[in-house]
Ligand binder design. Structure first.
Ligand SMILES: NC(=O)c1ccc[n+]([C@@H]2O[C@H](COP(=O)([O-])OP(=O)(O)OC[C@H]3O[C@@H](n4cnc5c(N)ncnc54)[C@H](O)[C@@H]3O)[C@@H](O)[C@H]2O)c1
Length: 249
């Protein structure tokens, strides 16, 4: 299938991260002008870097102004995110707020500004939100994160509904465990081994696995897809792995 993404203009939040970086690279390889917006510069990678804290509305406006140097931004990928580990009885109010502010409010602010500009220009576009299996499956130490990702799934559908008449499609890619080696979001070796062992397809995801799904959702091939959430997780949410047969022999 031809993706036909040449000439589009994308802003990728969290573009210095593992998944956001792979998405920025994949879009750039398809001829998209890409701005990677993050609080820190990417280690390498395609496209230009824009410093952005997604929690800051004025900074969001400035980032869109800067990205519009290459034309109206018509692809937004929200990949900025935090996934700290805080057991509930140890979770501070500040820790709760930080996760909700980056993962939910940040997604709202960037998406609102993206839609505002496209509606004013009378142009179509698409948003892809990177959510998580945590939206559907709670895990210990992640009450804030799981709640934020469930909210991000609903935000995806709310935006999809409200902007469909403007030709703006809004979808989510919901990854399972993806090995990124993040310094921002470090994970223990024990956690990585346990979660990798629970994946039916037998390996952790790679950032490129997520990027491929994002490319499709941005492409003409997905022009009738909005309000959807695509699980890209090696089968993690297909069912319970490792149970024996229940039949009595
Ligand atoms: N890696 C996984 O297993 C996995 C699974 C499911 C979902 N996700 C989601 O994928 C997204 C990317 O995560 P990743 O695994 O690539 O982690 P990562 O740490 O490599 O990337 C996250 C990026 O977000 C940036 N960021 C954090 N706060 C920000 C802010 N206020 N403003 C702008 N940028 C900010 C960080 O600097 C970092 O570059 C996140 O939303 C995460 O929740 C990851």
């Amino acid at each position: 299938m031809r993706l036909e993404l040449q000439g589009r203009n994308a802003l990728v939040t969290g573009g210095a991260g593992g998944i956001g970086g792979a998405i920025a690279d994949a879009l750039a390889a398809e001829g998209v002008a890409v701005a990677s917006a993050d609080t820190r510069p990417p280690p390498d990678g395609a496209g230009r870097f824009l410093e952005l804290d997604v929690r800051d509305r004025d900074a969001v406006l400035r980032a869109f102004d800067a990205a519009e140097d290459s034309g109206v931004v018509d692809i937004l990928v929200n990949a900025a995110g935090l996934y700290p580990s805080d057991p509930i009885l140890e979770m501070s109010e500040a820790a709760w707020d930080r996760v909700m502010d980056v993962n939910v409010k940040g997604m709202f602010l960037t998406s609102q500004e993206f839609c505002r500009r496209l509606v004013a220009a009378g142009r179509p576009g698409c948003i892809v939100n990177i959510t998580s299996g945590a939206a559907e499956r709670a895990r210990v130490g992640a009450a804030h994160y799981c709640t934020s990702k469930a909210a991000a799934e609903m935000l995806t559908r709310a935006f999809a509904l409200e902007f469909a008449e403007h030709g703006i499609r809004v979808n989510a890619v919901s990854p399972g465990y993806v090995e990124v080696g993040s310094a921002v979001n470090p994970l223990s070796a024990e956690y990585k081994a346990a979660i990798t062992g629970s994946i039916p397809l037998g390996r952790a995801g790679a950032p490129a696995d997520i990027a491929q799904a994002v490319l499709f959702l941005c492409s003409r091939g997905a022009e009738w897809v909005t309000g959807a959430s695509w699980r890209v997780d090696g089968g993690s949410r297909a069912g319970t792995l490792g149970l024996p047969l229940s039949r009595v022999s």
